[in-house]
Design a protein around this ligand. Structure first.
Ligand SMILES: *[C@@H]1O[C@H](CO)[C@@H](O)[C@H](O)[C@H]1NC(C)=O
Ligand SMILES: *[C@@H]1O[C@H](CO)[C@@H](O)[C@H](O)[C@H]1NC(C)=O
Length: 403
């Protein structure tokens, strides 16, 4: 991580669509937007896959078994260690500044990182954008925003699902932050005075990784779909509920990914893990399924396993313990939130988890830690009922913190 070489190529997409019929790469309401493709060179300490790669879905069934077994902490070791690797990855995203400038808020850039199972469209729904589109909400309030396809999703580069993982994604996000802060990353877009990272789920974990390693390059954090006190079996339950299969056997549109990429078996597996009745519209789940993206098995396991000898599924807990030991500093403010009935990070019930106020101990030096449980919905807070209620909480938080 001594140096990051960042080059940037941007191209402007100019298109005018009638309201309600917008192409994915088009302008967003209230913003001046550019789709960009950015090659980024980073060095990261990556886990090295140590098992045979998947030939077929019987191999996937076997690994699901190994992850779920009661003694997996002792019996299951997918990685054989770590290795420092330097590589250049192509990341595609969309950067927008607000059409109407308000109180110089355009100088604050929100960098939004989506979670497992989606691509950048998680933040910018074309289904009922007034109800589900965070990007347009942020632009309306006057913030600039960059939202991108995490490595291996959407239009960004696809590397093997056995090597795509948290470590390289943390470095990529850090490089984006540095580039946007110093300017010159994208022609026509100068530097931004303040950078606030907004994450969902896995995107919140990468965001936390950046905050941990490079606390001085960010000014604020909004972490959604995260709780910091997962039940011991959270990882096992999540993977079982996804019922994942090799992505290209689920949908031929994923044939540009290797067998390390897994997809929800069907829309109902997706609904079980991200939604809670009665607080969703089936139309919103159908849209979410239409933008679903596979995840790399190493992405999943790198979050939940600390190393070849470490106990599986202690990952986040270890992170929290380590943070305490190292007196982890984030001299900034953060909002931590998820849905009340989040299966993935709370085992299905978040009020009691948030009552423990764990986030405050994970970020002991933060100036402000605001925990918030959004009523009624599951893990996929952007597509649950009253998503705009959550956006209001986020915007209030940002305004109160002076952004
Ligand atoms: C990777 O590089 C870091 C920083 O130089 C070093 O601390 C670490 O031990 C290296 N890891 C491996 C596996 O070589
Ligand atoms: C939507 O969320 C906001 C923010 O928590 C809350 O104040 C409001 O009561 C919610 N509305 C409904 C209809 O649940």
């Amino acid at each position: 991580m001594l140096s990051h070489l960042i080059a940037a190529v941007g191209f402007l997409i100019i298109s005018l669509f009638p309201e309600g019929v917008r192409s994915e790469s088009a302008q967003y309401q209230g913003g001046i937007c550019k789709d960009v493709s950015i090659p980024i060179t980073v060095t990261s300490e990556n886990f090295v896959w140590g098992l045979p790669t998947f030939k077929d879905n019987f191999d996937v069934a076997e690994i699901l078994f190994e992850v779920a077994r009661d003694d997996s902490a002792e019996a299951f070791h997918p990685f054989i260690g770590t290795r420092n690797e330097t590589a250049t990855y192509r990341i595609e995203g969309t950067v927008c500044t607000p059409m109407v400038k308000t109180q110089q808020r355009e100088n604050t850039l929100l960098i939004a990182t989506h979670g497992l199972g989606y691509d950048r469209r998680y933040w910018a729904s074309t289904y009922k954008p007034k109800d589900y589109n965070f990007v347009e909400k942020a632009l309306k309030i006057g913030y600039s925003i960059f939202f991108y396809d995490r490595l291996g999703t959407g239009k960004s580069q696809k590397i093997s699902g056995f090597s795509n993982q948290l470590a390289n994604q943390v470095e990529l996000l850090a490089a984006l932050c540095k580039g946007f802060r110093s300017g010159g990353l994208i022609p026509g877009f100068g530097s931004f005075k303040q950078i606030v990272l907004v994450g969902h789920s896995y995107g919140s974990s990468s965001t936390q990784g950046v905050a941990q390693k490079y606390p001085d390059i960010i000014d604020g954090l909004v972490l959604t779909g995260i709780a910091y006190y997962p039940p011991p079996d959270a990882g096992k339950i999540t993977l079982e509920a996804f019922a994942p299969r090799i992505a290209k056997t689920v949908d031929p549109q994923f044939s540009d990914r290797d067998n390390g990429y897994l997809a929800f078996r069907d829309i109902h597996a997706h609904a079980q893990t991200f939604f809670k009745q009665p607080n969703y519209e089936i139309g919103a789940v159908e849209y979410a399924q239409s933008i679903a993206n596979p995840f790399g098995i190493a992405e999943f396991l790198s979050l939940f396993i600390g190393g070849s000898n470490a106990s599986p599924f202690l990952g986040p807990v270890l992170v929290s313990l380590l943070s305490k030991l190292l007196c982890f500093q984030v001299l900034t403010s953060l909002l931590v939130t998820t849905g009340e009935f989040d299966l993935i990070v709370c085992g299905g019930e978040c009020n009691s988890v948030f009552a423990r106020d764990i986030a405050r101990s994970v970020f002991p030096r933060a100036s402000v830690v605001e925990p918030y449980v959004h009523p009624g919905v599951g893990h996929g807070v952007n597509f649950g009922k009253n998503a705009t209620g959550l956006y209001d909480v986020i915007i209030d938080f940002l305004e109160n913190q002076g952004f």
